[in-house]
Structure formats: structure tokens, C-alpha cells
Design a protein around this ligand. Structure first.
Ligand code: F0G
Length: 459
């Protein structure tokens, strides 16, 4: 390629103005939100990096699909289009639409979970863990050692620890492990990819012990692109071919279409096992809807089908991965400690190194998140001891493995100047890091507390 600038591979057809606020306004708004950005009104946020989920900009073809949606209760033609596209990528026999990823998880784990069972994963996302634990089963993370070190650069830091997996299976007994999961990319571990070799090796272990392998495939296309650019032998394959190979090792898939299907709502469960699929469809009818719409409208199914085709476009993926990497490179150059290398959908600030003076019990990630909002109207999310911390029986906090702040980048939404603004804001907060204070929790829910917790700064 002659020019090194990678451009956004789209033109903007419709715009949504963003509202500017002053620092004084933001100080009041954040206090009113209990120092929890989840509680802010989005209209009070300038750049919203809370999540890359459901925040994508849809294409004109997806919007056209919305008009094409067939809203028949049963046998809608939009379902058959959706089914054909999902099947062409995953090659799964049974395609079951759900309203989002966690609905697929809820159905699957309600059927295969229960007390005394174990589910290994490279790293469980919080809703996956919650859906497993809700049934009385245990969710176990078996991430490769290198994935636990934010400062070490490696190509596939999302990989499963194969040796630990085999030891774990022998220890707990394969009969107590209904299925094994690989999350691509590894969201809770920094958006890091999993190599094809690791998926293949995980499958071999699972096969040896008769355990089905599932992919939590929310960001499968981003993972496929990382394989293309980083794993030997895949450089000349298309993202679709790579994705197909990834899915070929799986017996089932849970998917939140709100990520790599470039839609605002949607998900699915895809399976090969006839008996399990029948049980899932029966539960689907109770909790989501008839099997040809799940929890979605026909128009949503059209948008998912179209989005799945667009996300595998190589120009799109190159722009997507490069724009996140650009943000990461600039932050590293400014000295900001982040998980290296940058992930696929987000940059993760390493709060332990950013604010070493704030102990985990005072939630350093939350402190950074609050400061980013006050400084520049930027909304990020803590992924550390607020999200994953637990208490021991004396009520003392057991901190999370890592203290991170996630800057999730919505797909096709922000341009390079938004990113340049972000770099300035984050750098400014970093330069003032010694003034940041810890926080204490004043209210928390018993499960998934980070969504609704209230905080106050420790003066
Ligand atoms: N699995 C992973 C790896 C996820 O990242 C998510 C959602 C889910 C499952 C659940 O999907 O939201 O459609 O029910 N992640 C979002 C995030 C919420 O911000 O990372 P869902």
C-alpha cells in the first residue's frame, strides 16, 4: 500500500450532535450519580466509552434491512435470512435467536448448569459468570499466565492455559464439566485475542474427555483479524475463512450480536446437538419467544444478518483494529500504563500502575473513571475490584486479579479527532494522577454490584 494513513472505510450519512458540559456541571452530575458513571444520563457525556455493546453505528444497508423486516410471528423471511448468514459463518446446525448475549447464556446454563458442576473458560465475562453461578455451578477462569501481566507484550494473551485445563478436568472429573468455553476476544482480560492453535488445542483436550467446546463469540471477527495479522499460515486467508475455522472446533456458540454484528440489540445461541437444541428452544419459547424470532423483531434479525456480513470486511477490520491500536500507541507514548498490546475493542488502563498510591480497597480504577468524566466528559468503566471484588467471611475485600479501566470503542461511531481529544484528556488526568483520591462504596447490590453501586470520595 502506497499511503500509510488508514481511513474510516465509510462516509457519514446521518449525524447525532453531542452535548458539551462544563467542568462545574460535571462535578455536580457525577456527585448526583453517586460517583458511578453507569448512573449518568448519556446526554451529559461527551465521549461515551462505557461499552462497545449495542453502540455501533448501523450502515445504510442495515437501516434498509430494518424496513425490509418481516414481522410474521412464525416463519418470518427475516429469520431465514438471519439463519442462513449465521450458519454460513458458524456452520452450526441449530440457530436460535435471542434478544442479547446473556439471554443465550441464561437458556444454555439453565439447562446444562446446576450445583456441583464446573465451567472452565479463558476468562468469563461478568454476565456469563453470573448466569453460571445463578444455577449453583462454579465458573472457573483458566487464562494463560502471560495474559495476567498487563505490561508484557504478546500476540495471544487471551489464550486458555491448556495444561491447567487438563489438570482441572482430571481433578473435577469430566462428568462434572458440562462444557468448556473460550471467549473471543477475551473481554475481561483486556480484549486480547485467542490463537487458532490454542482453540485447536483446547478442542483436542475437550474431545479427549468428551466435553463439548463452546465459543463466547461476541467479538469473533476482531479475533479472526488478529489471527490473520499475527498467526503464521493465516496471512492469506479471509476473515470469513478464519472465522469458519474457529467455529469448526466448536460444538456451540453464544453470541451477543451487540458487538461484532454491528447492531444495537440481538444475540443468538448456535448448537450442533439436537437434544440440547430442543431443550433450548423449549425454554426459549417460555423466556424469549417463538424460535423464529427469539426475543427480537424481524427487522432486528435483518440488521444482524447484514451486520455479520459487513463486520468480516477486511477494510473494516483493518480500520477497527488500527484505530484502537492508534489510541493505545499514543497513550503509551505519553507514559500512560495500559494493557499491552492494545486489545481489539478497547484500551485497558492499568490502574495499579496509574495510581499506585490508591490501594485496591479504595478502588483505583473507579477514581480514574471519575476523573476522566470530570476532566473531559469521557465515560469509561472500571473493570477491577468494583466489578469483580468479593468479600471474605470477615467482610474484608478480596481484590480482583487486575485493576483496570476500560475505554471501549463503539464501532464506526467516533472519528480520529474524537480519539485525539481522548488522548489529550487521558494524558492530562495522568499528569495529575498524584492528586487522585480513593473511593468507598456506600451502597451495593448483592450481584453485579458495579451497575448500581454508589460511592463517595475518601477525603
Ligand atoms: N460475553 C462477553 C464476552 C461480553 O462481552 C458480553 C457483553 C456478553 C457475553 C453478554 O452479552 O450484553 O448482549 O447480554 N459485554 C458488554 C460489555 C456488556 O460492555 O463488555 P449481552
Amino acid at each position: 500500500m502506497k499511503y500509510k494513513t488508514i481511513i474510516e472505510p465509510f462516509k457519514i450519512k446521518s449525524v447525532e450532535p453531542i452535548r458539551f458540559t462544563t467542568r462545574e456541571e460535571r462535578e455536580v452530575l457525577l456527585k448526583e450519580a453517586g460517583y458511578n458513571p453507569f448512573m449518568l444520563h448519556s446526554d451529559d457525556v461527551l465521549i461515551d466509552l462505557l461499552t462497545d455493546s449495542g453502540t455501533s453505528a448501523m450502515s445504510s444497508k442495515q437501516w434498509a434491512g430494518i424496513m425490509e423486516g418481516d414481522e410474521a410471528y412464525a416463519g418470518s423471511k427475516s429469520f431465514y435470512r438471519f439463519e442462513a448468514v449465521v450458519r454460513s459463518i458458524t456452520q452450526m446446525k441449530h440457530i436460535i435467536p435471542t434478544h442479547q448475549g446473556r439471554a443465550a447464556e441464561k437458556i444454555l446454563f439453565s439447562i446444562v448448569g446446576g450445583p456441583g458442576k464446573y465451567f472452565p473458560n479463558n476468562t468469563h465475562f461478568d454476565t456469563t459468570r453470573a448466569n453460571i453461578e445463578f444455577t449453583g455451578s462454579e465458573a472457573v477462569d483458566l487464562l494463560n499466565e502471560i495474559g495476567k501481566h498487563p505490561e508484557i507484550r504478546a500476540d495471544f494473551k487471551g489464550n486458555m492455559d491448556i495444561e491447567k485445563l487438563e489438570t482441572f478436568i482430571k481433578e473435577k472429573g469430566p462428568e462434572n464439566i458440562p462444557l468448556c468455553i473460550i471467549t473471543v476476544t477475551n473481554n475481561s482480560g483486556g480484549g486480547q485475542p485467542v490463537s487458532m492453535q490454542n482453540i485447536r488445542e483446547t478442542k483436542a483436550i475437550c474431545k479427549k474427555y468428551g466435553i463439548p467446546l463452546f465459543l463466547d463469540a461476541c467479538r469473533f471477527a476482531e479475533n479472526a483479524y488478529f489471527i490473520k495479522i499475527r498467526e503464521k499460515g493465516y496471512e492469506n486467508k479471509t476473515p470469513l475463512e478464519i472465522a469458519q475455522e474457529m467455529f469448526s472446533y466448536a460444538d456451540g456458540v453464544t453470541m451477543s450480536a451487540k458487538k461484532d454484528a454491528l447492531v444495537n440489540i440481538g444475540g443468538f445461541l448456535a448448537l450442533n446437538d439436537d437434544d440440547l437444541a430442543m431443550k433450548c428452544r423449549n425454554l426459549l419459547i417460555v423466556t424469549e419467544g417463538f424460535p423464529t424470532y427469539g426475543g427480537l423483531a424481524g427487522r432486528d434479525l435483518e440488521a444482524v444478518a447484514q451486520g455479520l456480513l459487513e463486520v468480516l470486511d477486511e477494510h473494516y477490520l483493518q480500520y477497527r483494529i488500527r484505530s484502537v491500536e492508534y489510541l493505545g500507541e499514543r497513550l503509551i507514548a505519553a507514559g500512560v500504563p495500559i494493557i499491552e498490546p492494545p486489545g481489539g475493542h478497547a484500551i485497558y488502563i492499568d490502574a495499579k500502575r496509574f495510581t499506585p498510591h490508591i490501594p485496591p480497597e479504595q478502588y483505583p480504577g473507579q477514581s480514574i473513571v471519575c476523573e476522566l468524566y470530570i476532566e473531559g466528559g469521557v465515560r469509561a468503566v472500571e473493570i477491577g475490584s468494583v466489578m469483580f471484588g468479593k468479600y471474605d467471611k470477615h467482610g474484608k475485600l478480596i481484590p480482583a486479579m487486575m485493576e483496570l479501566v476500560r475505554l471501549a470503542i463503539p464501532r464506526r461511531v467516533y472519528t480520529q479527532s474524537h480519539v485525539d481529544y481522548l488522548i489529550e484528556v487521558i494524558t492530562e488526568v495522568y499528569n495529575k494522577r498524584n492528586n487522585l483520591k480513593g473511593y468507598r462504596i456506600t451502597y451495593e447490590a448483592p450481584m453485579l454490584r458495579h451497575f448500581t453501586a454508589k460511592f463517595e470520595p475518601i477525603r
